[in-house]
Design a protein around this ligand. Sequence first.
Ligand code: HEC
Length: 430
Amino acid sequence: MRFGLTPLLVCASLLTAPVLAQGELRGHGGPVRALAVNGDAQQAISGSFDTSAIIWSLPRGSTLHVLRAHDSAVNAVLALPQSGFATGGEDGQIAVWQAPDFSKPQIKIKVHEGPIAALAVSQNGSLIASASWDSSFAVTRLIDSTIQRFNLHQGNVNGVAFSRDDKSLISIGYDATLRITELASGQTRTITLHTPLNALAISPLGDLAAGGADGSLFLFAPDGTPRHQIEAAEAPVLALAFAADGTTIAAASPRGSVSLFDVASGKRLVTLNGPGLPVWSLAFTPDGRQLLTGGGDAIIRRWDARSGDHMGPLVPQSAAQVGPESDGSQGAQVFKACAACHSLTEQGGNRAGPSLYGVLGRRIGRAPGYVYSPDFASHDIVWTKETIARLFELGPSVFTPGTKMPEQKLVSPQDREALVDFIERATQAR
Ligand code: HEC
């Protein structure tokens, strides 16, 4: 029986895995500024200029929760070590999110007077460090929200990381310094480089990487001893990520490419080739096999970390791949931007957004079993082809202020018309 069962199981996973596991993650309405994957590789979190964060199921390639707590862009995200997630915003606030209730953060603290640029978490999950453009970095203790603040940099602080023993904080800033600061004594060691620093990453082994405004990638031993200085890009390096085994680092530049480097030798291993540039954010899956990139086109893509190949189709997916709801029309093509969050049929149910089954002629906020944001549900709107078209002509934040639907617009009148015609065809009772 054991021999008989195994191939069956393999077949079943082959049937479901390839399409979904390689799919792009679509749902944001603006550039994806930050990315993280949780320890069991089941979920990813992304933060966007659209002011939302989204938790994704990686195996299913779909949206699980849309998180709304920030007044402006979500610049930093963390998967916390035990469970849960944290987000840091341009509004200077840190929010902590825990299952099962993702409708609001469990903790929300205003830590900075300026935008938060980066977050880090201690190994035991009790402390969150934040780097801010208010020229400080801080450590927030989650249990009582006490904040320890350090004003050591001049100008924007762009990156923070805990040392592997949680005793020191590493920080980088626009003042071209990397600092290693002992939390207990406040003593700091300063390494001055030749270019402003935009990004910082620490490997599981404690190696440090900093990305420079001139495209340099600096690699350091855990104690700050320089190892390599690499010309990684022709434009500023804005995002860095170590693979979980610490042997590979990925560096992204918004006007150039994404490259992977061998940490020991400093040699370039591979440069990603394909769609989705510019890239604003990076994260490896814990097994190091896949690299996720978050792009200026609001899409999260997956790449084979060894070959640098894009996983999934290079050209936009054909409408036929959207799901059983698609009919191959232009409207179905436009609806791909919505499909991560909205089903069109009764059986499809509610996703991160309400089901659109029966939406035409329905008052706003009435899909059975869906919890809307109160402001959204209290608008005086009946959904028709005209009002849905208007929603995406003006954008949800203008047409339905207070909504948790990420900001997105359809500029072309033809696209809007095709979309609402498709919704009309696809959402009628069948
Ligand atoms: C990232 C997830 C996401 C995406 C992508 C998204 N929506 Fe939404 N949508 C939502 C959420 C969440 C709500 C509920 C808003 C609230 O409660 O504030 C919503 C609400 C709606 C509503 C109102 C439904 C009702 O019952 O009142 C319509 C219509 C709608 N979306 C259409 C679309 C269309 C069309 C697209 C693509 C162009 C789209 N959405 C893309 C998340 C999304």
